[in-house]
Design a protein around this ligand. Structure first.
Ligand SMILES: CC(C)(COP(=O)(O)OP(=O)(O)OC[C@H]1O[C@@H](n2cnc3c(N)ncnc32)[C@H](O)[C@@H]1OP(=O)(O)O)[C@@H](O)C(=O)NCCC(=O)NCCS
Length: 163
């Protein structure tokens, strides 16, 4: 039986975190974005992009059978990033990571928990009680990156996180 460990991210995880983000977007979001968007989205990103989050204790990773396959990044009132490798998707890992992110985002924060959902993930977040509040564009990328449409979603303060 596969073993799943959820733990804080470490400096040694930075290459895996970068690779998960790249592969997850390329593999799981590809139906909703153009080849140009898919090719450019990771422009300007590398393992170092995630160092500040790891060192601030804002990234939790999921380790499946000893390999890091997903992570969540959060801050007060927001879930900033959530990615699972395509090969590990559909096993409940995204849900487990999201719950960790919601709990952390609510610490010392009374308002809704917000996030930017990629177009492909809106249904996933709706299952967890988030509602779409606006359309927008991803804050990731460089000035040259084609705009990446996202949906701004919010989890009301009173909503359970389906624990
Ligand atoms: C979205 C994502 C994090 C989901 O992770 P996951 O580990 O595959 O999700 P889970 O296995 O926990 O799925 C939980 C439920 O949501 C459903 N679900 C998963 N992805 C979904 C999607 N994209 N749209 C609608 N429902 C989805 C599952 O079928 C499952 O339903 P069930 O409880 O009825 O069986 C993952 O697909 C991913 O990393 N996608 C690419 C990157 C991305 O979009 N990240 C979020 C944007 S910020």
């Amino acid at each position: 039986m596969a073993s799943l460990l959820l733990r804080p991210g470490r400096d040694a995880d930075l290459p895996a975190i970068f690779e998960i983000t790249r592969q997850s977007f390329a593999g799981l979001a590809k139906g909703r974005y153009s080849p140009a968007q898919l090719a450019a989205w990771m422009d300007g990103c590398g393992p170092e992009t995630y160092r500040e989050g790891v060192e601030a204790g804002r990234i939790q990773v999921a380790e499946l059978d000893g390999a890091v396959v997903g992570y969540v990044d959060f801050g007060p009132g927001e879930v900033t990033r959530l990615f699972v490798l395509p090969s590990a998707a559909g096993r409940g890992i995204g849900t487990r990571l999201l719950r960790i992110g919601i709990r952390a985002a609510r610490k010392g924060h009374d308002g809704p928990v917000v996030l930017e959902s990629l177009l492909n993930a809106v249904g996933f977040y709706e299952k967890q009680g988030f509602v779409a509040t606006a359309k927008g564009f991803s804050s990731q990328g460089t000035a040259e990156t084609p705009p990446i449409e996202v949906v701004i979603m919010a989890l009301p303060p009173t909503a359970s996180d389906h624990r």
